[in-house]
Ligand binder design. Structure first.
Ligand SMILES: [Zn+2]
Length: 401
């Protein structure tokens, strides 16, 4: 199929998709009239690489907005764990399916999930054509009651049944998993070459408790246990909000991935001074996530991207930090790198995993699309998409393989 009148990197083009790949991008020589975007004018689109939600608990669509106003620890104890105890495998399947639909409608086609009953999530995600990683969330008792053992036993069968998704363990955090079990999970990650998905340094309390119990902050604690030696680029640390210089250096040295979840962190009052520039410059692959719907209330990556960019400008008193183009790279390419998914930037030969932005909408009204300065046009369209639009400008028809 060929999609006409699409802006690709600031140039008008027709994109042909065959067998799940972009086979041809034919840049147009024709003039666009009118010379500025007019919602009533000819239909125009922009193609954008689909985004990757790098930390979520999909089935938490069932617990949307639960316990609003409570900080993380009491929120977990009072609002989340009692509700989760009542969920069946079928509930989790339905909740995950809703989550995938919600993510698709806002331009996201891949995720890194963390929950229990992973077969339910795998089934929902594969039915919706999702890619990425589904991780079994485990705490200490799961190492004793056979859940981790079952994971190992079922690993091959599930990997064969759901070949478009990867499967891994997710030790919940340093405060719910003992040093011994963290080491064991890291060894399994090494042995099976799977991802290692964990909440890390989400709150100041987590950091202070870790120092009190083990004498060092969470990242140093994991390093001392040898976790990074075993996991390296398979390590995905969600939140990573309360870090010092030494911890950033450790994460960079091992080429780890971290996931910023700005809306969830703000809603739970966990903090907002995410050290984006420092982590990036140290060699950490910084990615973006929404977290589950109980804390971020929606799964809208466009909204998360906007919050992330604005927070960086605000905390550094510098509007040039994290511009739109870099923010979209964090939200898509960086996540795909962490999940080992193929490049979905819009070029010939790449997988066709992109969404279309409807430019005949108010946020794009008046953008000059005349002339040969493609970079200027591209930057302006990206700025409008990130800072002015909502995800309702995203067309849900997509072309992923
Ligand atoms: Zn989480």
């Amino acid at each position: 199929m060929t999609i006409e009148n699409v802006f690709v990197n600031g140039r008008l083009a027709d994109i042909t998709v065959e067998n799940g790949h972009i086979s041809k991008i034919l840049y147009s020589k024709r003039c666009v009239t009118p010379r500025v975007i007019d919602p009533q004018g000819p239909q125009l689109w922009m193609a954008m690489p689909s985004m990757t939600n790098m930390h979520t608990h999909s089935a938490m669509t069932l617990l949307r907005s639960a316990g609003s106003g409570e900080p993380l620890f009491s929120w977990l104890q009072n609002a989340i764990f009692p509700r989760e105890a009542l969920l069946t495998a079928e509930d989790i399947y339905k909740g995950s399916k809703d989550a995938c639909e919600e993510m698709l409608s806002s331009g996201t086609t891949a995720f890194n999930d963390m929950y229990f009953e992973i077969e339910s999530t795998l089934r929902a995600a594969s039915e919706k054509g999702f890619h990425g990683n589904v991780a079994l969330s485990v705490i200490d008792r799961d190492f004793e009651n056979g859940n981790v053992e079952n994971f190992i036993k079922n690993y091959k069968r599930l990997s064969a049944e759901y070949p478009t998704l990867s499967i891994s363990l997710a030790p919940h955090s340093v405060y719910t998993v003992s040093p011994k079990n963290l080491q064991y999970a890291a060894e399994l990650s090494h042995e099976y070459d799977t991802l290692f998905h964990i909440h890390i340094s989400e709150t100041l309390k987590e950091r202070e408790d870790c120092i009190r119990e083990y004498g060092v902050p969470p990242v140093v604690h994991l390093d001392k246990l040898g976790v990074f030696d075993k996991t390296g680029a398979n390590f995905i640390g969600a939140h990573a909000l309360w870090l010092d210089e030494d911890e950033i250096a450790i994460l960079g040295k091992h080429r780890c991935n971290v996931v910023h979840c700005p809306n969830s962190n703000l809603k739970l009052g966990s903090g907002f001074r995410f050290l984006y520039t420092e982590l990036r410059d140290a060699g950490v692959n910084v990615t973006l996530g929404t977290d589950g719907c109980a804390s971020s209330d929606n799964l809208d990556m466009l909204e998360a991207a906007k919050t992330m960019s604005l927070l960086q400008k605000g905390i550094r008193n510098d509007p040039s930090v994290l511009p739109a183009e870099e923010t979209f790279t964090v939200a898509s390419a960086n996540g795909r790198k962490a999940l080992r998914l193929p490049d979905n930037s819009i070029s010939e030969g790449n997988v066709a995993d992109f969404y279309l932005v409807n430019l005949n909408t108010l946020p794009f009204k008046g953008v000059e699309i005349d002339g040969g300065d493609h970079h200027r046009i591209h930057t302006e369209l990206l700025n409008r998409l990130l800072y002015a639009a909502h995800s309702d400008v995203i067309d849900v028809d997509r072309f992923n393989c």
